[in-house]
Design a protein around this ligand. Sequence first.
Ligand code: F3S
Length: 284
Amino acid sequence: MEVRLAKTAGFCFGVKRAVDTVYQQVKECKNEKIYTYGPIIHNEEVVKDLRSKGVEVIETEEELRRLTSGVVIIRSHGVSKHIYTILEEQGLKCVDATCPFVKKIHRIVEKESADGAHIIIIGDEKHPEVQGIQGWSHTPVTIIKTEEQAANFELPENTRICIVSQTTFNYNKFKYLVEIISKKHYNVNVLNTICSATKERQTEAENIAKEVDVMIVIGDKHSSNTQKLFEICRSACGDTYYIQTLDDLDMNQLKSVQTVGITAGASTPSNIIEEVQNNVRFNF
Ligand code: F3S
């Protein structure tokens, strides 16, 4: 049997960097309590493993305000500027694992809003990355996700506007929403801040799925990017399976199959991917 593992399967650069940072802190900070501000990734296995090593997850700002000592790690999504102020006020050590691509958006928003531009973020207002970006603006921000919101957006003509995007937003949708806003006679500065990692993972998965008999998508059941990956693969290959770990894989489904493709969502650790790959390879 031929097994084709996607090169882009699993953690993107920013997530890998954030997870590695936490494990590095576990090694280095033996005498200090370590916290992550929000789960470091949406993967139960990883969060559980870190908890067993003493890393706790802080869920809210209130919890953060109650801490008086320890190390707080900022995850790849980044946070609003005022969170850094809280960390400083509380005398907490901050280890910043914000993805550099997200950090770049923070800097753009901070500068452009200070220069008087109205900031528009194309993205999902409930997403922590978007909330973090919003928190770097000196002025009110508009978050736009739908065609209707773009159409209803109104400011006086010639207003200076700076448009940025959530890093994982769909490029075509971003382009379309920008077009709607650009027709409104504003002075618009568009900065495409979409990260290519998601798109590359999806394109590679689709290409592999088209050529194999069975496709396996590995990821947490709550991970929206894995669900999307699964949908893309399923439309290219009818026999596509969504598994969280090796335990979910029914090896009988792979009997008499010639080629198997494997990909994984952005929050799937490499040891889970390897375990699946090795078992598929060596069992047939
Ligand atoms: Fe990942 Fe950073 Fe891109 S977290 S998806 S590499 S913006």
